[in-house]
Ligand binder design. Sequence first.
Ligand code: NAD
Length: 270
Amino acid sequence: MAYNLLKGKKGIIFGALNEQSIAWKVAQRCHEEGAEIVLTNSPLALRMGELNKLAEECNAPVIPADVTSNEDVTNLFTKSIEHFGGGVDFVLHSIGMSVNVRKGIHYTENNYDFTHKGLDISALSFHRVLQTAMKLDAINEWGSVVALTYIAAQRVFPDYNDMADNKAYLESIARNFGYQYGVKKHVRINTVSQSPTRTTAGSGVKGFDGFVNYAEKMSPLGNADANQCADYCVSLFSDLTKMVTMQNLFHDGGFSFTGVTAAVIEQMEK
Ligand SMILES: NC(=O)c1ccc[n+]([C@@H]2O[C@H](COP(=O)([O-])OP(=O)(O)OC[C@H]3O[C@@H](n4cnc5c(N)ncnc54)[C@H](O)[C@@H]3O)[C@@H](O)[C@H]2O)c1
């Protein structure tokens, strides 16, 4: 059901790769709620061609940008301003990648070139996006920026590897840039800490299925899916959450504050 929560708003959505992507669902929900959007992903991801389907469905232009490139990110914001005839009201950062995870390199053996690359793509890119937006004055007063994160930033999930460190850094940028952008232009910046979700990035983590099942059993409401995450992001882009900023917001069915559940105890007693 649509509520017109984003009627008249304009936004940029990073990170829709395929129909499983969280960003894909967010784009669909934003469109349903009346927003106009620009879609972006790395040139490599765009070569897969799937994004064109979403672009057509949402009537959105696709502007390529590798988030590790200042030039690409500047071009993205410049072209988006041209397209909309002004600034945007919301931005979704839904990007993550670890070469160490991809190559199955243990956390204690991390290759630092790979670590740098993953940090640049997964965390520093958030700073780059915000810095570029601020320089170009690309986000309107009371705009809203959301980045997706995972609870491994606070608690140890060994197979999440160096992505845990990347997420801790990402969440810190949300707080620190959130202060600066809040003071300067009332722009709010938050991270949404999502349940494990079956996507291309998610499934790259070792033992992911066990991970999903464990989280399901450890969450009083069960795992939140990608569509529910999209609903939450829409609420954060809407005018109903104007005073929420610099927060890491758990969207995980209660997992983050649950010590143990009857379902897990039952499993342990077997
Ligand atoms: N899937 C999960 O279990 C889960 C849980 C919590 C948080 N998250 C986070 O959600 C976000 C989205 O991931 P997803 O699960 O939808 O997977 P996904 O694989 O669909 O999305 C990851 C995106 O990052 C993009 N990307 C990678 N390198 C890039 C670059 N250099 N420039 C621009 N874009 C680049 C990819 O093309 C892809 O679109 C990530 O931040 C991820 O860490 C995922």
